[in-house]
Write a protein that binds this ligand. Sequence first.
Ligand code: ADP
Ligand code: TRP
Length: 320
Amino acid sequence: MASKRYLSGIQPSGLLHLGNYFGAIRNHLKHQDNAFYFIADYHALTSTREPEVLKANVRDVALTYLSLGLDPERAVLFRQSDVPEVTELTWLLMTTTGMGLLERAHSYKDKVAKGISPTMALFTYPVLMAADILAYDSDVVPVGKDQVQHLEMTRDMASSFNAVYGEVFKLPEFILGTPEPVPGLDGDKMSKSYGNTIPIFEKGKALKKLIMSVKTDSTPLEEPKNHETCNVFQLYSLFASPAEIEQMKANYAGGNYGYGHAKLALFEQMKAHFAPAHERRAELERRPELLDEILEAGAAKARAKAREVLGRARAACGLG
Ligand code: ADP
Ligand code: TRP
């Protein structure tokens, strides 16, 4: 039996951060064979309107994945917009998708509440996302918790289309990198749009300063502290081994251990964890043409698969 196809996308809308890493990217790196990972630049147009910024962000996402260990020989890495077939598939899916389904989307309402302009693209964002997933016969979509509703909507859209036209689309499953969203500097969900992130590639003094600014309560140094409600502890646990986590719990419970100590321990963990990725990134930055070659090769492979699935959908509808 062929191995399961993993697929996911990530928007190039700013520097990728620890929420993206533990929520999604770590799973992408774990499941590379037969996988498709793309940079969702069509989606980013719903929030980024500066062409040069978009281009720079696309390169940064590609560089981030390759530096973290994505192997383009095993996984297909590409730009969403290099496969325009997904926009046609979006149209076909829209013909069998009810308005009500999209009107219930939390993400649309949250984004409008935050001041993002309520364009048709923002409203139909989940249909493009469904097309992204269905165009490659994906089995498993590794994402963070905030994307679960979009995955449920994708299954609904695929089922509605299949109900009319027969079994054209495979219904995908999803997996989560962390059971709950990774907290940001202020304790809210870490997100580019909240300005509370720790970027994966931050380093040195700037990284230390960011980590020192993680919000904690005002329990005095001598007193025992509650690890369960502490943002620093939560971030530390993402990096540390089970034994180190137990030790940190004991430090919190014992008193005479300040948040400053815990923050330094988090800083050291993060530094060590990403040291090899920093090295690879420096190498890749010396060879900018390699990035273009990898994205072009990825686009060709992705496009071939999307054409096949789009052909199936077109034929089912009676087009062409
Ligand atoms: P952001 O909220 O920073 O704009 P994206 O929406 O681009 O992040 O998310 C890219 C991927 O990272 C998605 O799969 C998303 O679910 C995941 N993700 C983003 N933030 C977090 C977080 N704080 N915790 C866990 N996963 C996250
Ligand atoms: N909406 C996703 C996010 O903001 C990005 C995305 C676009 C995606 N298309 C996708 C994720 C397909 C998984 C599968 O994070």
